[in-house]
Write a protein that binds this ligand. Structure first.
Ligand code: BGC
Length: 950
């Protein structure tokens, strides 16, 4: 019998999530097997309220019974209605059809679980609390927050007695601000920047943590630090802090404890908590953090009665670093002094709803050991992480005298003099300061700030005894989206290009998909997200991440139906300078359609589409209302066009024929996508309505811009690409339009001229239109403007501009010069979809049935990719030796692929046991059931077309 494993049990895309508020959560799993042809014929899901019941086969919450189905994804829970706090333990039994054995057999997965959060408002007995401002007034070092300066974050604590042995303890927490929780001397969880960024006027995430291991019979202490974050700190380029109308942070915590004797009690924030200032003097996401370790309150997070030496936070990789000096019994004198800690104030609750966080939290994902590269100017130490990241620097100190001030500054590049380049950070100071406590060993990292940097500079202010030791570690921080894809080929520069896209994704997917992580911006720009989202889905599993963000997008929609340009929305009415209304931009606001559509295609998620359907319809209603003629010329607001196209266009708020064409093309495509989604949802009349809308807009597009010879009245690469990608041309003119596009590229000596928008369509459209040769040529182009140009200048991420920095000319003069901006990296999807050839089936979403079709081109001898879909890991690896092609693919169990083997007509194809059923041009077609296959064929790759303009 061949061996099948059931893996990747997920609930709402997450691994064993705690505190869901989805009442019918969806379950999924994957099958793994090396055998060919493995299929699932039936499944049975059992859900029990305890692990023991599940193990005993008692599914007291839900037993799906045996369901004859090959479905393994999005199976909605359909058992006893789930109440707040419910624990759900589940496994799945699957029946496998394996052609290599005659009997059908079943197998049971390992157990997994999820828990429900607090579903009703009435479940919350905790009160919102804020610090007494007196803690700042009486503390000579503390800073009161203002609209321009961050204030000193407050600490909160509460001691309590647990009367008996604890069987379960769960804490629910949120804040207006950012919280870090501690219990009995230990940090609760590893999450950073919680609650994450949402539109805090409308919704606040709460987090759920299992703290059973941290709470015990006897005296206990729960403690929190409350920082500013997006709530009261600087957001975007807004001149003033306090985006949500308040500079006061507040906290909500509810700890629920169940004892062995069945008793339950709740310890919640209220006026009995006490507050104080602490070691963090100021912290702001953009500005940085100032921390004076001499101000730490020893034992502040411990109950007074149990002095003990505790372990430090145990950051990943440093678990168990022992910090001496906490909780010396002598310090309890200070704690016992009731003046030191003042009662917290109960404050009114927000009007925003509390919702469970439904995506992977932000964490330290990786640490890097930087190189010390010099000392400019004297007295500073300069380090290179070797990689542009977002995160912070952690310091490990030994024997550094108390009071020594260590300042960390961050930058993405160095100036020509070899010092830190910070001009492009604009207002963001990105400076952290640590004042040393003077313990034999200290470990410190910031709490409520992060920076985009490759280089950092340390300045030490104070004496340095010979045995003092300082070590700096760079921590890479982002949303913990699981890796999904890997790409590699024979060209090292292309490999670096792919990696640069992956890094820019990692560095920018921090709670929301941002444009950049370094300057005073870091906003959820919709245009950037939509052009990159498919690439993002190739690199990482971002289903939960985008599901969360779509709620931000809908929250940011106006009452009239206008989708925003950034989500969460900036508030234009307060403290605002700049662009006017931030919404409605063509190709930006349209992300409100494109993202759910792409999530449906890649993850098969229809429920998400259903949930946002009303908002999506309102958007198209709004466009239609203002553009009765089928051309989208009105209400374009900032109208970014093909942002940063060549020659560079960064005008906003203006109109031009190109911008009109682009806007109209995106409207047509919105309508086409809506028609398709409506069909998938069974909304037939809406499908007809949107199909008709698409056709009307297409007709208007053709009338306005299409010439009889297939030329467009606006002759840019992007204009042709949009016309091709969005099916805006009559079939008989597609080939002619493609030739005009290719001529345009050739006239630029095989260079692209597309901006953020057009570039996402460039290589996919060239390939689909039969010009993979041109796509390869653009991919491998090394001179400006091209993908490899920044790689050859030493880029480790995708830059905002091709020439953000050049060896010949140095830095681009504009202040808008990010070195970590993923938009121009949207070519990543093409590497997976068309070079490695792992592609969605045109009809079937979600990869249970998919296409394998690599397009080979001059310049690459091999390419290989793996890609974990919701149905398992697909692999494709090809190699060319002369005209001989060897291609190995893996089709995961319970899936099938249509395989297109590159091969010259009339030559032999070795299909490894599969039957070639037909041919499409230079591809032999076969159907592949699950399994690994190696094909060989003959395929001639033509050399690149001659250089030079025609
Ligand atoms: C951002 C972009 C964004 C653009 C809109 C810039 O400031 O960094 O990535 O899409 O504005 O035009």
């Amino acid at each position: 019998m061949s061996f099948v494993r059931i893996t990747h049990l997920r609930c709402e895309y997450l691994v064993a999530p705690l505190g869901l508020d989805e009442r019918t959560p969806r379950l999924s799993w994957q099958l793994e097997s090396a055998a060919r042809g493995v299929r699932q014929t039936a499944y049975r899901i059992r859900v029990a309220s305890t692990a023991e019941k599940l193990a005993a086969g008692t599914a007291d919450l839900w037993d799906s019974g045996r369901v004859e189905s090959n479905a393994t994804t999005h199976i909605a829970y359909a058992g006893t209605p789930l109440a707040s706090r419910q624990h759900c333990h589940w496994h799945v039994e699957v029946w496998i059809a394996d052609p290599q054995v005659s009997d059908l057999r079943s197998q049971v997965s390992a157990p997994s679980r999820w828990t429900m959060g607090l579903l009703e408002k009435s479940d919350w007995s905790a009160k919102w609390i804020a610090a007494d401002p007196e803690i700042i007034r009486r503390d000579p070092q503390a800073i009161a927050p203002t609209l321009t300066d961050p204030g000193t974050p407050a600490l909160f604590r509460r001691e309590f007695e647990v009367p008996g042995p604890v069987v379960r303890a769960t804490v629910y927490a949120t804040a207006r601000g950012l919280f870090e929780l501690r219990a009995n001397g230990r940090r609760i969880g590893e999450d950073l920047f919680a609650p994450e960024w949402t539109d805090y006027d409308k919704r606040l995430h709460y987090r759920t943590y299992d703290v059973t291991g941290l709470i015990a019979r006897g005296p206990n202490c729960l403690a929190a630090t409350l920082g500013d974050g997006w709530w009261s700190g600087y957001v975007g380029w807004q001149e003033k802090r306090g985006r949500y109308g308040s500079l006061e942070n507040s906290l909500l915590i509810q700890l629920e404890i169940e004892l062995a004797d069945g008793a339950r009690f709740t310890l919640a924030t209220d006026g009995s908590w006490t507050c104080n200032t602490g070691p963090i003097l100021a912290s702001d996401l953009q500005m940085g953090e100032t921390y004076d370790a001499r101000r730490e309150h020893a034992g502040w997070d411990l109950p007074k009665e149990t002095p003990r030496v505790v372990l430090n936070d145990a950051p990943p990789g440093w678990a168990g670093v022992e910090i001496q000096g906490f909780a010396k019994p002598a310090d309890y004198a200070r704690l016992a002094n009731s003046d030191a800690w003042l009662p917290a104030r109960e404050v009114p609750p927000p009007s925003a709803v509390l919702v469970a966080q439904r995506a992977e939290p932000v964490r330290i994902i990786e640490t890097l050991e930087p190189d010390h590269i010099g000392n400019p100017p004297k007295g500073t130490y300069l380090y290179d992480c070797g990689q542009n990241i977002s995160g912070w620097v952690r310091l490990h100190l030994e024997h550094v005298p108390a009071g020594t001030k260590i300042t960390l500054r961050h930058g993405e590049r160095l100036t020509s003099e070899g010092s830190l380049y910070t001009a492009n950070l604009r207002r963001a100071k990105a400076t952290d300061t640590y004042v040393v406590a003077g313990r034999p060993k200290e470990v410190w990292q910031p709490h409520f700030t992060f920076h985009g940097f490759q280089y950092f500079e340390i300045t030490i202010d104070g004496p340095r005894p010979p045995h003092a030791f300082i070590r700096a570690i760079a921590c890479v921080i982002h949303s913990a989206t699981p890796p999904a894809g890997h790409f590699e080929c024979s060209n090292a520069h292309v490999n670096r290009l792919w990696l640069n896209g992956l890094w820019s994704q990692r560095d920018n997917f921090l709670s929301v998909p941002t444009d950049c992580p370094q300057r005073d911006e870091r906003l959820g720009w919709m245009g950037d997200a939509q052009v990159f989202c498919r690439t993002a889905m190739c690199n990482m599993d971002v289903a939960a991440f985008f599901t969360k963000w779509m709620t931000d997008v809908e929250d940011a929609q106006t009452a009239e139906g206008i989708f925003p340009d950034v989500a969460p929305r900036l508030r234009e009415d307060i403290h605002y300078v700049g662009l006017g209304n931030l919404g409605g931009g063509a190709a930006w606001a349209d992300a409100g359609i494109i993202i759910p559509y792409t999530l449906w295609r890649v993850y098969g998620d229809l429920r998400l589409v259903e949930r946002h359907w009303g908002a999506m319809v309102r958007w198209l209603d709004w466009i239609e209302r203002h553009n009765p003629d089928g051309l989208r010329l009105n209400q374009l607001f900032n109208n970014y066009g093909d942002w940063l196209c060549i020659p560079s266009d960064t005008s906003f708020g203006t109109h031009s024929p190109m911008k009109n064409l682009l806007a109209t093309a995106y409207w047509a495509d919105d309508a086409a996508k809506m028609a398709r989604l409506a069909r998938a949802l069974g909304r037939e009349s809406e499908a007809a309505r949107f199909q008709a809308m698409f056709e009307r807009v297409r007709a208007a597009f053709q009338k306005e811009w299409l010439k009889p010879d297939g030329r467009l009245a606006v002759e840019t690469q992007t204009a042709y690409l949009l016309a091709l990608a969005f099916d805006l041309l009559p079939p008989n003119l597609r080939a002619a339009a493609t030739e005009h596009l290719v001529a345009n590229i050739r006239n630029l000596d095989w260079h692209l001229s597309t901006g953020f928008v057009g570039i996402s369509h460039l290589n996919p459209q060239l390939t689909l239109a039969g010009h993979a040769d041109v796509a390869y040529r653009l991919l491998l182009q090394e001179t400006y403007p091209s993908w490899l140009f920044p790689v050859l200048q030493g880029a480790t991420t995708i830059w905002e501009r091709w020439d953000s920095w050049t060896i010949a000319g140095g830095f681009h003069k504009d202040g808008m010069n990010s070195f970590n901006h993923y938009s121009l990296g949207s070519v990543g999807e093409w590497l997976f979809r068309h070079v490695a050839g792992i592609e969605l089936d045109p009809e079937v979403p979600g990869y249970q049935r998919f296409v394998l079709q690599p397009h080979l081109g001059a310049g690459l001898d091999f390419a290989r990719a793996t890609y974990r879909t919701m149905h398992g890991e697909i692999a494709s690896a090809w190699r060319r030796e002369g005209d001989k092609l060897t291609w190995t693919v893996t089709v995961p169990p319970n899936t099938t692929a249509q395989v297109f083997i590159p091969s010259e007509p009339g030559t032999d194809v070795h299909a490894d046991g599969l039957t070639v059923t037909g041919r499409e041009g230079r591809f032999a077609r076969c159907e592949a059931p699950a399994g690994t296959y190696t094909f060989t064929s003959t395929y001639k790759v033509e050399g690149p077309a001659p250089a030079g303009p025609v």
